[in-house]
Design a protein around this ligand. Structure first.
Ligand code: FUB
Length: 311
């Protein structure tokens, strides 16, 4: 009888998302997880939060010096492959800015392209002072070599890259609103004029993540609706829209974390939402920790709201 109860309990926990052990990384602060499946492992490219004093950036603000990449075959045990890119390595970046914000990575023709925003040397403050660079590697864990110049025609943060079934690549980014454009085959230059997606009508939106499922394109994003971010989504028939706002993927953080930043990917036949929260740093919400929970769709292709699991 006890083993039957235990079995039911474990099955309930699995169905309720405890596939992953949250937070995923316990020995450092991590945020903005972009997750990709390469081979039989899931790789997460997060940003890396530290705490700034007056001397190394803006005190009490985001302080992000470099990127590590982590991988796992079961979402339980994670390998830290170490630093793949630091602020000082970026030829066009402001070396003292500690501004290595939310990145993304994607594979094309056996090369791995790592997209990262950082403040440009001598740029004004604010998101328009950020450009988006690309670093290239032969393996998902690097070493990554940054390009000499950022992508022309892109000012902003939170890059996300999507490659459609026909091979056309797209890049999305944010600067209060979400922008998107086609990428050339070299993955380094825009192939179309940027388009602006104004969804929803009011409030700050950032952190785009696009994926396709059964012919529907999902544009998912954090939206500041009530002071802090909640994850929302829109759908369309085309990677560049138009997109129709659909609803909420995840409510605002129970820990009052101002940001949430996410990715959605399918790993071992299960859709998974990667996101962050500041559960490990209750008094400072710019020191965040990445997390993962299963994500499900209704029969109509709508996203069921994800409820975060805790340890
Ligand atoms: O991590 C720095 C910024 O906070 C990201 O670029 C935003 O998406 C938000 O998570």
């Amino acid at each position: 009888r006890l083993s039957a109860i235990l079995f039911i309990f474990i099955t309930f926990c699995m169905a309720g998302n405890t596939w992953a052990q949250n937070p995923l990384i316990m020995d450092q602060f991590t945020a903005d997880p972009s997750a990709r499946v390469f081979g039989d492992r899931v790789y997460v490219y997060p940003s890396h939060d530290i705490y700034c004093s007056e001397n190394n950036g803006r005190k009490n603000w985001f302080c992000m010096p470099d990127y590590h990449v982590f991988s796992s075959e079961d979402l339980q045990e994670w390998t830290d492959h170490g630093v793949i890119l630091s602020q000082e390595d970026v030829p066009w970046g402001d070396p003292g800015a500690n501004s290595m914000w939310a990145p993304d990575a994607i594979e094309r023709n056996g090369k791995y392209y790592f997209y990262f925003p950082t403040r440009t040397k001598g740029a004004s403050s604010g998101e328009s002072g950020f450009s988006i660079g690309v670093a290239i590697a032969d393996n998902p864990e690097g070493p990554f070599e940054p390009e000499e110049e950022p992508i022309k025609g892109v000012q902003g943060i939170d890059p996300n890259v999507f490659i459609d079934k026909d091979g056309q690549a797209y890049i999305y980014w944010s600067r209060d609103k979400i922008f998107g454009a086609k990428l050339k085959d070299n993955m380094l230059e825009l192939a179309s004029e940027p388009e602006i997606f104004e969804l929803p009508k009011k409030g700050h939106i950032e952190g785009p993540w696009v994926f396709e499922r059964n012919g529907t394109y999902y544009l998912t994003y954090p939206h500041v609706a009530n002071n802090i971010e909640r994850l929302e989504y829109a759908t369309g028939d085309n990677p560049l829209g138009p997109f129709e706002h659909q609803g909420v993927v995840m409510d605002e953080s129970p820990n009052n974390t101002w940001t949430n930043h996410h990715s959605i990917t399918k790993f071992r036949d299960q859709w998974i939402l990667f996101y962050h929260d500041s559960e490990l740093s209750p008094n400072f919400d710019k020191n965040r920790s990445i997390r993962a929970d299963s994500l499900f769709f209704t029969e109509d292709g709508l996203i069921e709201k994800v409820i975060p699991t805790h340890r």
